[in-house]
Design a protein around this ligand. Structure first.
Ligand SMILES: [Zn+2]
Length: 310
C-alpha cells in the first residue's frame, strides 16, 4: 500500500550506483545523470516496496532561473582563496528535487547544577601615594550553587535522510520555514524528482538527539540567573519523540571547474534561496597571499629598524 502511494505505477524508480541515492521520477524526467553527484551510473530498479512514506512536504517557491541567478552570485562572491576557474565556471544542470529529511520533536526533561555568580559593590578605605586616606569601591562576585529541573519542548530539528546531501551541507541552507508544511500527497511530486529516504530512521534519530541536546545546553545557559555562571552540568531525558519524514525543496547545481576534477555540488534552498556548497581552495593563491604578507612584514621591520638606528 505504502509503495503504491509513494510511486504510482507511472513513476520510475532509479538508483545512483555512485552516491547511493534512490530516486523516483516520472518517465518524462528520466535522467542519465545523478542530480546529486552528476555520475552517469544510473540504473533502473524494480519497484522495491516497503519505503517510508513522507508525512509532510515543503513546496518550491524559488524557480529554476532565480535559483541559477542566486547560485551564480554566490559563486562570484567567494573569497580570495577560491580558484579563478571556479569563480568563472557556469553552474550546470540545475535540478529541482525533493530531498528527504527527518523532522524531530521531543519533550526534554533536564536536571542541572551550576555555579551562579552575583556581583556586588564593596566600599573600602585605603591610602594614596601621599599617605591620605581615600574611600574607593570595587566589584566583588559572590558564588552560590544552584540545582534545578527544567522541562521544555525541542522542536523543528531537521536531519538529512538523503544519500546525496550531507547533514553539514543541509544545515548550511537551513532554516526552512516550517509554517508552510503541507501534508504529503504523491501529486506534489509531479514535475519533480524525489529521493527516497536512504539513511535509516534510527541513524537520523540519533543525530537529531545529539543536535537537540546541544540546543538544550544553550537554552539552559541562557536561562541561568545571576551576573555570570560557570560549571553548568545537566542530564536530559527525551520523551514523546516524534520523527516524521518530510520532503524538502532543493535545487542542485554542479560546477565543473577543472576537467579532471569531480564537479562541485551547490545547493539552493528551494524555499528561501539560501545557497551553500563546499568551495575548492587554490593553494597557489594561498601561497601567493602568504608570501605577500611575509614580504610586507619584512619591509615594515626594515623601515622600523632603519628609523631606530638613527
Ligand atoms: Zn549520485
Amino acid at each position: 500500500m505504502i509503495d503504491q502511494a509513494l510511486s504510482p505505477p507511472e513513476m520510475l524508480e532509479i538508483s545512483c550506483e555512485n552516491c547511493g541515492a534512490d530516486l523516483i521520477v516520472e518517465p518524462a524526467l528520466k535522467t542519465a545523470e545523478c542530480p546529486y553527484c552528476a555520475s552517469t551510473s544510473i540504473v533502473e530498479r524494480p519497484a522495491s516496496g516497503g519505503h517510508t512514506e513522507p508525512v509532510y512536504a515543503l513546496g518550491f517557491v524559488i524557480g529554476r532561473d532565480r535559483a541559477r541567478e542566486l547560485c551564480l552570485a554566490w559563486i562570484k562572491s567567494r573569497g580570495l582563496f577560491t580558484p579563478k576557474s571556479f569563480k568563472t565556471a557556469p553552474p550546470e544542470r540545475g535540478r529541482g528535487l525533493y530531498s528527504p529529511a527527518y523532522l524531530f520533536c521531543a519533550v526534554a526533561h533536564s536536571e542541572y547544577t551550576c555555579q551562579i555568580g552575583e556581583n556586588y559593590t564593596e566600599t573600602y578605605t585605603t591610602t594614596d601615594s601621599k599617605g591620605r586616606v581615600v574611600v574607593r569601591t570595587r566589584t566583588r562576585t559572590e558564588h552560590r550553587s544552584l540545582a534545578g529541573r527544567s522541562a521544555s519542548y525541542v522542536r523543528d530539528v531537521l536531519v538529512t535522510a538523503s544519500a546525496g546531501i550531507s547533514n553539514k551541507l543541509l544545515e548550511q541552507v537551513e532554516p526552512f520555514d516550517l509554517r508552510a508544511l503541507l501534508r504529503y500527497t504523491p501529486a506534489l511530486l509531479s514535475g519533480w524528482i524525489a529521493e527516497e529516504a536512504s539513511v535509516a530512521r534510527e541513524e537520523c534519530r540519533a543525530l537529531a538527539r545529539t543536535e537537540s541536546l546541544e540546543k538544550i545546553g544553550q537554552r539552559l545557559s541562557r536561562m541561568m540567573p545571576g551576573d555570570s555562571h560557570s560549571d553548568l552540568r545537566y542530564s536530559t531525558r527525551l520523551e514523546d519523540e516524534v520523527t516524521d519524514l518530510l520532503l524538502l525543496p532543493i535545487w542542485v547545481f554542479a560546477v565543473k571547474h577543472e576537467t579532471d576534477a569531480e564537479p562541485v555540488q551547490i545547493l539552493v534552498n528551494g524555499q528561501t534561496g539560501e545557497v551553500a556548497g563546499f568551495v575548492p581552495r587554490s593553494w597557489t593563491r594561498i601561497l601567493g597571499v602568504t608570501l605577500i604578507v611575509l614580504l610586507l612584514a619584512l619591509a615594515v621591520f626594515a623601515v622600523v629598524g632603519a628609523a631606530l638606528s638613527f
